[in-house]
Design a protein. Sequence first.
Lengths: 392, 302
Amino acid sequence: MKMVMTGNYASAYGAKVCRAEVISAYPITPQTSVVEKIASLVSSGEMKAQFVNVESEHSAMAALISASMTGARTYTATSSHGLLLMHELLIWAAGARTPIVMSNICRANGPPWSVWADHHDAMAQRDTGWMQVFCEGNQEVLDSIIMSYKLAERPDIRLPSMINEDAFILSHTVEPVDVPDMELVDEFLPSYNPRFKLDVDEPYGFGSLVMPDMYMEFRYKINEAMEAARQGWRDVEKDFEKTFGRNHGGLVEFYNCEDADAVLLIMGSVASTAKDVVDKLCSEGKKVGMARLRVYRPFPVEEIRKLAGMTNIIGICDHSYTFGHWGPMAQEVRGALYGIADQPVMKNYIIGLGGKDMTPEILEKIFLKTLALKDGADQEIEWIGVKGLGGW
Amino acid sequence: MPKKTIPEEEYMNTGHVGCLGCGACHAMRYTLKALGPKTIVSIPACCWAVMPGPFPAKCLEVPLINTAFEVTGASISGIKAALDAKGITDVTVVGFAGDGGTADIGIQALSGMVERGTDVIYIMYDNEAYMNTGIQRSSSTPVGAWTTTTPVGTTKDWKKQPKKNMMDIMVAHKIPYAATCSIGFPEDLIKKLRKAKEIRGPKFIQIYAPCPTGWRMQPDKTIEVCRLAIATGAVPLYEVENGVYNISRKPAELKPVKDYLKIQGRFRHLPEEELESIQKNVTREWKILLKKEEFTKGLVDL
């Protein structure tokens, strides 16, 4: 059914249509309307789930790990400091191989306090063993939850999945969203029934101490699952399209990239604005394109190499940063393209931290800067829009 | 034939890797005897995270999940929620945490769990310090004790603060049932756990579980020290049901607390005036407990 809703309501309906059985969450701006909506869906009887009102995000994730180990499909949502507080348990969730699905409303970290969008919270969780999806729009927010459960619960994957939506730009902005019929979702996503769980009839133990002769083997298997998830995302999106008649571009969405002189690589909702700017510049005869990195973990190495074959210049727009060495996406892209023939010119832009507005005008400037890049002629990194820097 | 008061069934097998004379070992064994096989146990970082044996060994006959140090209350909330979602009603969910994991790092998750009225049993096995990491003081370490982080030395830096009273904290949550037990009194322990199993809502059980390694005493003194703890009033056994106190054992006359302290090396540095001060406090706390019992018994019909 088509409805008009925010990204946060799309998240709540995503959990509903997937029949999440245990939800455990703690409020944080701008995630609150996700859990408020779920609480109201549960209390009205529209959604049959146990809703645990925990006293912190740390406990929210801990409760879900144990609930998932007991065989329940689980969901939570958080943001920024809530996600950071969960960090220990995010690693635990992946180590315990629990297919938890979580929405993270991407918000800047303090101090100074900010409630607005950037990706630093999510990027700080890169190495936890979670799959990470970054959404452009609200339909994708909902659909990615369905796809996540489908992939995360696969017996050879069993890894948690984090759906990232930008604070306010998606979380509090309404768009038309098709909420699929639950019967159709049931066809696509059968109920969760893990072979091993906490069960008094089959009393296994989970997570016990291992000696050094076995620990690395457990870690290897997590990585093996994450590597398999790369093809898994491609497959699950194809299956999704067969059932629901739409897709969101795979691991990397290419927009006008073929034979482009320059391409901006972007994650999240800024991609929407960038598409408009690409259309404008193309109508003026400039050959530019935009690539949207949708799945960050597992990292889409093949798609990035494919992009390198399409264009001569890539401007890598990080909505985040690592203090001391580029933005995280720039590191990964450069790593993926290391040693290939005809490596494109690459430049890293740090954009939109703490909700700094990314207008079409600013993006157009970045496109023009990027088009003008000559091999090795420019600096490696530029912070866009910082007062007093580079003429901003 | 004398009547058997301890169930014969064993749900803890041989092969645990606890120390000689370990009180926590008895705590788990009696807990499972009391609760039976339809029990799921969640264990955070503590001695019992190691004691079931390294992978793939496991000396317990019940399903067991290891969790992070500070999350026992949240973990058992999640297990219970999942069982509720599946319509499973005949399984007892137990959190089994040490005193540091309960009174220090885990107190937030425990408080949340109790406040939400979660129908589970939370067990704090109390060996009065961080024993798994090597005898560091916790807020449950009693006043006067040596630990590796209250090392006495020339500055007389023993634990200066009184033991945190977790029972009082639980009672302040209006918990339906809270009780102290001791591995030296297994019949009492089993009785209380069986009672807890039948009560709906959150239950808190504090099991006094001596640690010969950390208490600097011989392993064969574990049960003797339990008996002296009760006989001197140092560690009273009681239960609180809906705010009403009931003392499980009332010695006709309390023995001097010195008798309890002197068999533990962790107190051997204490000067006479400190021993007197501890005695004064133990007597006072015992009298307060008697008063609480007397006062709250009058509240039963309120």
